[in-house]
Design a protein around this ligand. Structure first.
Ligand SMILES: [Zn+2]
Ligand SMILES: [Zn+2]
Length: 463
């Protein structure tokens, strides 16, 4: 609005200058009249825009209020909690989410929502609306982590060594909640909402496989949520552009020549070669890259030898490389390979590098589309109030939502799950991870409102 007000003022000012400098009275009169006519036209246009904006703003705030009230009704909220706790009790690892997938299908059946499956082994895609374009996607990931839950509570994981420590149980629940809200309004939807339940987010690139199998063909835009124990319940945050890092793994194997520790002259020591290589890798970020470009090279494990008096034949080590840009990740891969191979050669050993392109596919960086970010931010502000939608910092964590963001207009938001009163303060991937379940109805309403208003906006554009 302030931009339009400025525009209105600029017209009469320039017309006044014309009046003072012109020598032709008739011309002055005509230019004066024309200027004021222009001003009147612009004023009437501005008023129309203002009226439209005000109407759509109040429509959005009514929509978000109704959705959140519905999701917080005791019966609805109770249903959400039951689903989340059931998934939490039976966590399943990447591409093994058979029972979770079954639960999703039976809930969609009960709601009367159509779906297609399987995608990427256990993935399910629900569909609500006219079936016609535009198609808008909402995404939830389903997999758990190989972590033993240490939280003592009634619904503790019953699958030994597996835990929903990244909140994906809540993500599935919030998307089923959105399905219930959207199904009630299906006749009013100006297009189609695709509910994307995907497997294997934790390191296995389930999103990549969903896309490869055509699960999101013809989807124009997508929105995703991740619970965040760092920010309070009732708040969300995100940022336009790059948000999460591109990430990849590597395993280096250095081959030397083993022998007696007392006769090093007969050996080619792979441990020494690997030690030099690990030190040299630390110089990539400190010496070769712009300090303002965020990158990470971390070595997470080393394996070699079994006895103190034997020099082994080989040594393996592996780690994680990250960058805020996908190009940066490609650069890191090249330099890690060169440095390890050359350090091995210096010590008369050989090296091979595996970047696990197939098994643990590197993730591109998660980049939010500016317009989609703005859209979801407006919806978040209507839902939770302006001060509860914040600008997220860039972080070096990675998400396979990035594969969607490469293919279509996408926005990814963190949704607050922190509440000191219920001790939901532990970080993601902690065996003590807890969420405040108050996040469930908020996430359901946020998902539904982003989709409904996206379809409304795009139906208007095509008229
Ligand atoms: Zn995780
Ligand atoms: Zn996660």
């Amino acid at each position: 609005m302030p931009y339009n007000v400025g525009h209105q003022l600029s017209i009469p000012t320039s017309s006044l200058v014309k009046i003072e400098t012109s020598s032709d009275d008739l011309k002055v009169g005509v230019s004066d009249l024309m200027a004021w006519l222009c001003l009147l036209m612009i004023l009437s246009t501005c008023q129309t825009t203002w009226a439209l904006d005000t109407r759509s703003e109040s429509k959005l705030s009514n929509l978000t209020r109704e959705l959140l009230e519905s999701a917080r009704e005791p019966e609805f909220f109770g249903w959400l909690k039951r689903i989340r706790r059931r998934i939490h009790e039976y966590p399943e690892l990447a591409f093994e989410e058979d029972n979770t997938s079954q639960l999703i299908k039976s809930e969609l059946d009960s709601l009367g929502v159509e779906y297609s499956w399987p995608f990427a082994k256990t993935g399910v895609v629900g569909s609500i609306g006219s079936g016609l374009q535009p198609w808008f996607g909402l995404r939830a990931d389903m997999d758990a982590l190989p972590i033993q839950e240490m939280v003592e509570w009634e619904h503790k994981s019953k699958n030994n060594g597996k835990m929903h420590a990244c909140g994906h149980d809540a993500h599935v629940t919030m998307l089923l909640g959105a399905a219930k809200l959207l199904e009630r309004m299906k006749d009013e939807l100006k297009g189609t909402v695709k509910l994307v339940f995907q497997p294997g987010e934790e390191s296995y690139g389930g999103a990549y496989h969903m896309l490869k199998e055509g699960a999101l063909d013809n989807v124009q835009g997508i929105f995703g949520l991740h619970v965040a124990p760092e920010i309070p319940v009732g708040t969300v945050d995100s940022r336009p552009g790059p948000m999460l890092a591109a990430s990849g793994r590597f395993i280096a194997t250095i081959n030397g020549k083993g022998g007696h520790a007392a006769r090093p002259q007969d050996t080619r020591d792979p441990i020494l070669a690997a030690s030099f290589a690990i030190l040299a890798l630390q110089h990539i970020v400190s010496r070769e890259t712009d300090p303002l470009d965020a990158m990470v090279v971390s070595v997470g494990f080393v394996e070699a030898g079994q006895a103190g008096n034997v020099i082994p034949e080989t040594m393996r080590f592996g780690g994680s490389i990250r960058s805020m840009t996908t190009e940066g990740l490609v650069f890191l891969q090249q330099r890690v390979k060169q440095i390890v191979e050359m350090q091995a050669a210096v010590h008369q050993c050989t090296a091979s590098l595996d970047f696990m392109e197939e098994k643990m596919r590197p993730y591109p960086s998660t980049v939010n589309d500016e317009a989609m970010y703005k859209h979801a931010k407006q919806v978040g502000e209507a839902l939770l109030g302006e001060s509860n939608v914040r600008l997220a910092p860039m972080i070096m964590a990675a998400e396979d939502f990035s594969f969607y963001s490469q293919k279509m207009k996408a926005a990814f938001f963190f949704i607050g799950a922190k509440n000191e009163a219920v001790k939901s303060v532990k970080r993601l991937h902690s065996p003590y991870f807890v969420i405040d379940e108050e996040v469930l109805p908020i996430g359901a309403a946020f998902h539904a409102a982003v989709a409904i208003s996206y379809l409304d906006g795009h139906a208007m554009d095509t008229q």
